[in-house]
Design a binder for this molecule. Structure first.
Ligand SMILES: C[S@@+](CC[C@H](N)C(=O)[O-])C[C@H]1O[C@@H](n2cnc3c(N)ncnc32)[C@H](O)[C@@H]1O
Length: 283
């Protein structure tokens, strides 16, 4: 079978299975199995190269898994995030492109601070924490993650980027990092925020992202309330809180933060113009 034919076959199967980006996923799986970049794969495909015999079975098996709506990142074991490539798999939330903008907002808040102390609550794979750690010179970044499965990926990703394993905690955010009381410059989080009854439609999310990473109680704001209290404890006066949330939640979270005494509560929009982030300052 030609490489171009294998890619076409995969694209057709993915389209029929309802995968959102069938041809891109076919190409990315091709790249993964053939250990090629996308431009190398394109060149091989338009040059009418044969799919190597010894790799075709692996490709077809990967296609079958993706056809069943297993996330691409679980098949490759890796997820891109900003300049990072993070290890992911069953039990950990796959970092999303929109969270890359949360990191931009977090960086803006601490631009003027020398050697900022940062806490990422609900770290998952460590996407936010590791991005900040590697992009903000002199920063000291702590990560808190409750799930043991997710914590195992967090540990692997900290190792992968040569970061200090003493800065990660497998703990509930409600009690974590007691020793940092009032000493933190920035608390950032992409918490679980989906209301329990609003089960996502995408099968990749519904079947493969862990429930603890998705759901935030009846109104979706349960974990955000806990974060507000813990961030208040951790931050120094003038320290910043930066959160991601669903596009419908900005008014409710704004009110929640103002009621709890936060100042400078400001919503921020994502690239599509939807309010998906909020920031506040500890008085
Ligand atoms: C939406 S995921 C975000 C993961 C990561 N920050 C990212 O953006 O890719 C939320 C994470 O919060 C963790 N989590 C949920 N409740 C928690 C709690 N009470 N304390 C610490 N972590 C918690 C989940 O296990 C999950 O890994």
């Amino acid at each position: 079978m030609l490489i171009s034919e294998a890619l076409e076959l995969a694209t057709d199967k993915f389209s029929a299975a309802g995968v959102l980006s069938p041809s891109v996923d076919a190409e990315l799986l091709g790249c993964f199995i053939l250990e090629a970049t996308r431009s190398e794969l394109t060149l091989l495909a338009i040059s009418n190269e044969l799919f190597p015999e010894n790799k075709l079975a692996d490709f077809l098996e990967a296609v079958q898994r993706r056809e069943k709506r297993e996330p691409l990142q679980h098949i490759t074991g890796l997820a891109p995030f900003r300049h990072l490539e993070l290890k992911v798999g069953p039990g950990v939330f796959i970092p999303r492109p929109e969270t890359e903008q949360l990191v931009d907002l977090a960086i803006q808040k601490i631009e003027a601070i020398q050697n900022p102390v940062i806490v990422d609550l609900c770290s998952g794979s460590g996407a936010i924490a590791i991005a900040l750690n590697t992009e903000v010179a002199g920063s000291i970044v702590y990560s808190v993650e409750l799930s043991q499965d997710a914590f195992s990926f967090l540990t692997q990703n900290y190792q992968r980027y040569g970061l200090d394993p003493k800065a990660i905690r497998n703990e509930n955010l409600t009690t974590a990092l007691e020793e940092l009381e009032s000493g933190v410059d920035l608390v950032v989080s992409n918490p679980p925020y989906i209301p329990d009854a609003a089960v996502p439609i995408d099968l990749e999310v519904k079947l493969h992202d862990p429930a603890i990473a998705l759901y935030g109680g009846q109104d979706g704001l349960g974990v955000i309330r806990l974060i507000s209290a813990r961030a208040w404890f951790l931050l120094r006066p003038g320290g910043h809180l930066v959160l991601e949330h669903a596009h419908t939640q900005a008014p409710a979270i704004g009110e929640l933060l103002l009621t709890q005494g936060w100042q400078d509560v400001v919503s921020a929009s994502d690239l599509t113009g939807k309010d998906r982030m909020i920031s506040a300052v500890r008085p």
